[in-house]
Ligand binder design. Structure first.
Ligand code: PGA
Length: 254
């Protein structure tokens, strides 16, 4: 019913030759070995988008994504990249609100609301990230915080619009730390997010939205996390830089 998605966020890694090698390996392995209907999204740095799209071509179930996008169509915004530019390079997805963007680049829920609505108008699928820091989890306020992030950035959308959003729950304390949320913790938060969507919109809409888990997903833990009823895939950082590991994570759905 819901799309299964495994997205590889390369972050600020790989030169162009390294990125091409990584993407070629992933494309070949996924084509040769994967027996499931998972959408795979490769998310390189902006500057490699065209080079990677040339390799993906029209390969079934493999898509191109970007790591961020500006909230204006065009103009005097030195160093920024627009949604139309991403589309023209072949991108279909864009990560918005990654915790690193929130932490190091000051992205707020209000700005993210603008960005989400803007990329939807440009026919891109936003992968909207939310998640709490360790101190919030320890204080027991994680549901409240994530509920607020989702509310502020997404709940201004119409029901038709929100159906096109992919959500990634990424507890900040699990990103790049080797510390994964337990399958139960992931399930609990995914179910909570889905319940919030059901309350605001409808159960049918909530049931149609893919919610990915992110934070130290590896081949060793992917199967258990992905087997949770409300976990529809993963947003993978570190392990997406190794073609074998990333493909094995995609295969966790087999
Ligand atoms: P990680 O990153 O898999 O390296 O923890 C996940 C992410 O930041 O999307």
């Amino acid at each position: 019913m819901r799309k299964k998605i495994v997205a590889g966020n390369w972050k600020m890694n790989c030169t162009l030759p390294e990125g091409k090698k990584l993407a070629s390996e992933v494309i070949n392995m996924v084509q040769d070995e994967v027996n499931n209907e998972v959408d795979v999204v490769l998310i390189p740095p902006f500057i490699h988008l065209t080079g990677i799209q040339n390799l993906i071509g029209s390969t079934k179930n493999i898509f191109l994504g970007a790591q961020n996008c500006h909230q204006n169509q065009s103009g005097a915004f030195t160093g920024e990249v627009s949604a139309a530019m991403l589309v023209s390079c072949g991108a279909s997805h864009v990560i918005l609100g990654h915790s690193e963007r929130r932490e190091y680049f000051g992205e707020t829920d209000e700005l993210l609301a603008e960005k989400v609505s803007f990329v939807l108008d440009n026919q891109l699928t936003p992968i909207f990230c939310c998640g709490e820091k360790l101190e919030v989890r320890e204080a027991g306020d994680h549901e409240e915080l994530v509920g607020t992030q989702v509310d502020k950035a997404l709940f201004g959308l119409s029901e038709e619009q929100i159906k096109k959003v992919v959500i990634a729950y990424e507890p900040v304390w699990a990103i790049g730390t080797g510390k994964t949320a337990s399958a139960e913790q992931a399930q609990e938060m995914h179910a909570f997010i889905r319940q919030q969507i059901a309350k605001k919109y409808s159960q049918q809409t909530a049931d149609s939205i893919s919610i990915l888990y992110g934070g130290s997903v590896k081949p060793e833990n992917a199967k258990e996390i992905f087997s949770q009823p409300d976990v529809d895939g993963g947003l993978i950082g570190g392990a997406s830089l190794k073609s074998r590991d990333f493909t094995n994570i995609v295969k966790a759905f087999d």
